[in-house]
Design a protein around this ligand. Structure first.
Ligand SMILES: Nc1ncnc2c1ncn2[C@@H]1O[C@H](COP(=O)(O)OP(=O)(O)O)[C@@H](O)[C@H]1O
Ligand SMILES: [Mg+2]
Length: 263
């Protein structure tokens, strides 16, 4: 079964493109056949992060009916396949975002995981990108405005029938002023599946046009994104021994008793 995952957020600048590009590379490194599509055609920068700018045929050309999708798929770093959006303003004018779903259906014939870098906000092109995928990965920063904006995106996704795969909290610092994971989960009513720290290696890697998971694989952000990739790809679960299971059950029972005794 092909998986299609849209990486979206409320506001721009939360780190969608960074997460999409690096998650794609990380999943490719785990041996998956991954295609990343830059669906953010007005603010395209996926190709910059991946060091793939200036390619002759882009998604813009495909959405304008000027090229076939197979002409716009390139092999990028780590073996990930990439469909760049293209940065020309003229191309943007001609591109028809309504064609995106058809284009994605064609890509699905030749890949296992399709990752979409969605435009920010809830304009038409963002809604099209969210509706076109089966799953949504919501990228937020650990601050209330980012989370309430993310909540709107999540609600729209659910209305469109796109399943929420989980939340990635990006740019976590150690300042101690940020929202905690459980607070974020309570507001969004969704599971946090990735915690990516603020990491200077991310900006450095972007400046060199090389994804951080390849340029600095031991950096904290790269490790967090690799972990996220493992989670999404579904790492084989460790078998829990009967003994451990029994202990866990005891733990739960003891907790219940404690609660009852308190009453
Ligand atoms: N974890 C991080 N640590 C440091 N800088 C980050 C991190 N994630 C993203 N950035 C930086 O934040 C800026 C916005 O990220 P980007 O991925 O382009 O966001 P979006 O696609 O949501 O607009 C970029 O300059 C990027 O390098
Ligand atoms: Mg972006």
């Amino acid at each position: 079964m092909v998986r299609t995952i849209t990486v979206a957020s409320g506001k721009g600048g939360t780190g969608k493109t960074t997460i999409t590009a690096n998650l794609g590379v990380a999943l490719a490194q785990l041996g998956h056949d991954v295609t990343i599509v830059d669906a953010d055609i007005t603010m395209a920068n996926l190709e910059l992060i991946l060091g793939m700018e200036g390619l002759p045929v882009t998604l813009q050309n495909v959405l304008a009916g000027e090229a076939r999708i197979d002409e716009a798929i390139y092999v990028g770093p780590g073996g990930v396949k990439v469909v760049p959006a293209g940065v020309s303003l003229e191309g943007l004018r001609k591109a028809n975002p309504e064609k995106l779903e058809d284009v994605l259906t064609q890509i699905m014939e030749s890949t296992d995981i399709l990752l979409l870098d969605a435009p920010a906000g809830l304009e038409r092109s963002a809604v099209i990108a969210i509706a076109a995928a089966q799953e949504l990965l919501l990228v937020v920063n650990p601050e209330i405005s980012s989370i309430t904006d993310g909540l709107k995106t999540k609600i729209v996704a659910e209305r469109l029938g796109t399943k929420v795969l989980g939340v990635v909290v990006n740019r976590i610092t150690t300042l101690g002023i940020e929202m905690a994971r459980n607070e974020i989960e309570a507001i969004l009513e969704a599971k946090v599946i990735g915690l990516v720290p603020e990491d200077p290696e991310v900006r450095k890697a972007a400046a060199y046009g090389k994804p951080v998971v390849l340029r600095a694989p031991n950096s904290p952000a790269a490790k967090a994104i690799m972990e996220l990739a493992n989670f999404i790809a579904g790492k084989p679960k460790k078998k829990v021994s009967a003994e451990v299971r029994e202990k866990k059950r005891e733990g739960a029972l003891a907790k219940m008793l404690r609660i009852f005794r308190r009453r």
